[in-house]
Design a protein around this ligand. Structure first.
Ligand code: SF4
Length: 215
């Protein structure tokens, strides 16, 4: 029998984050997350969802006709079936991205998947949840992401970058928490510290309204 997975929504949009921002992408948003970040914009994915056979998920993705698909949530790695789903999508020829909160191990994620790994900051509401071995497990194409709400968050993220990520070759993304920290303030801190990280905005929140679902 085909394994199943709990899905909140599958939709077609513009990739809003990471160095792949701007590309048409199919998003598979899985249900459930053990964290409760203060800035979470997908609370509707904590519960509910629909149980779908993996084959049906792959078929829904196929119907959109893109080559880029992102598995997101919620926290995708809290469902064991996320691993075979990513394997099937890779086997079907897709470029597969995974957005993960960083608290779950990426050890079983297939090598070819581009992982966007969050590192939760002190003011995220979920400090000290980062699964430290994920740094060594990351492939060169994987990216680390910090969502920054305050100056304390910025300083903490800067120090984390300098002590644990600098020199590894991974793209490091610094994103202002939407509505909590201004784009300009974060940009100025990055420039003042000569920090070689990538400033990013959540592009989809500028294309559509920030609270629109399914984009
Ligand atoms: S890890 Fe992501 S889905 Fe989970 S609470 Fe934080 S922002 Fe929301």
């Amino acid at each position: 029998m085909d394994p199943s997975i709990r899905v909140t929504e599958i939709f077609h949009s513009i990739q809003g984050e990471s160095s792949h921002a701007g590309q048409p992408t199919v998003f598979v948003r899985l249900t459930g997350c053990g964290l409760r970040c203060t800035y979470c914009d997908t609370r509707y994915a904590y519960y509910g969802g629909t149980e779908m056979a993996l084959g049906d998920v792959v078929e829904r993705v196929r119907q959109y006709g893109t080559r880029l698909v992102e598995i997101t949530g919620g926290e995708p790695l809290e469902q064991a079936s996320a691993i075979p789903l990513m394997e099937r999508l890779l086997a079907a020829g897709y470029t597969v991205m995974l957005e993960t909160g960083g608290h779950a191990s990426i050890a079983d994620v297939p090598e070819g998947v581009i992982k966007i790994i969050d590192v939760k900051t002190p003011d995220s509401g979920e400090p000290d949840t980062f699964h430290e071995p994920n740094i060594a497990l990351a492939a060169p194409h994987d990216e680390f992401k910090f969502v920054i709400s305050t100056e304390r968050d910025y300083r903490w993220s800067r120090d984390f970058y300098r002590t644990r990520l600098a020199g590894r070759g991974n793209t490091v993304l610094f994103s202002p928490s939407h509505g909590n920290l201004s784009n300009r303030q974060l940009s100025e801190w990055i420039l003042a510290d000569r920090l070689p990280v990538r400033f990013q905005l959540q592009l989809h929140k500028y294309i559509w309204k920030p609270d629109v679902r399914g984009v």
